[in-house]
Design a protein around this ligand. Structure first.
Ligand SMILES: *Cc1c(COP(=O)(O)O)cnc(C)c1O
Length: 226
């Protein structure tokens, strides 16, 4: 894991150099889904502090054990009845894929007197199998989202298609970055565009070159999942 981590950091640095960005602009999220807590602790001891999970119960359980000096990120499909497992512990919920989920999160956050940071998941590649807002739909929802005062929309997220050549995803990343900049420029109340979560093991360098602020790397750090 140590050498994997070194390699990821090196490649992040290269991508930043190539695109004239500062390394500090990019947050590495170690995707620890399916990994036992011992492996997550090992990662923490190597210096990783941001962890991504796609199952609400896994965040609940792991965050009880590892609860100091780390941030948990919800990156998977979130059903309304499981909001309670993540709302108190997550630094950022990346996977808000519908207005309805945003409304439910807002209700639950209000009840608990919280203000929850979320990203809107966008289906930029228009894959049938992918969750997320279509771009047009996203624009239509912005004014409704801006009224939800117990959540704060802080950016966008996408899951690009699985590809053999990362260059094939460059256009998707570029398109999402354009939407990100466009929405930022609208200065909508309660909607800030600070975080752009895109890029996984196969394509994070390209994502960084196209403006990612958060990359989500699982296999590249922990190895192949069972
Ligand atoms: C599993 C997962 C990742 C990490 O995928 P790798 O290819 O292992 O890096 C990133 N983002 C999401 C949403 C995931 O579900």
């Amino acid at each position: 894991m140590k050498s994997n981590y070194e390699e990821v950091k090196e490649k992040m640095y290269e991508a930043c150099m190539k695109s004239g960005r500062a390394l500090e602009e990019v947050t590495l999220i170690a995707v620890s889904k399916t990994q036992p807590i011992e492996r997550v602790i090992e990662a923490y001891e190597l210096g990783m502090v941001n962890f991504g999970e796609n199952k609400p119960q896994e965040i609940r359980d792991k965050s009880k054990i590892l609860n100091h000096g780390v941030s948990w990120h919800m990156i998977g499909n979130l059903q309304s009845n499981k909001i309670k497992y993540v709302i108190e512990t997550c630094e950022l919920i990346h996977s808000v894929d519908s207005l309805n989920l945003a409304i439910r999160l807002n209700e639950e956050a209000m009840r608990r007197n919280l203000r929850v940071k979320v990203l809107l998941q966008v289906n930029i590649s228009k894959e049938q199998s992918k969750n997320g807002f279509e771009v047009e739909e996203l624009y239509e929802c912005l004014s409704e989202l801006s009224k939800l005062r117990s959540i704060q929309v802080t950016g966008l997220m996408t899951i690009a298609p699985y590809v053999d050549d990362p260059e094939k995803n460059r256009t998707h990343f570029r398109n999402l970055h354009e939407v990100f900049i466009d929405i930022k420029g609208k200065n909508i109340d309660n909607i800030t565009m600070n975080a752009l979560s895109m890029g996984m093991t196969g394509d994070y360098q390209v994502a960084i070159e196209e403006g990612a602020t958060h990359i989500r790397v699982g296999t590249g750090i922990f190895g192949i999942r069972n």
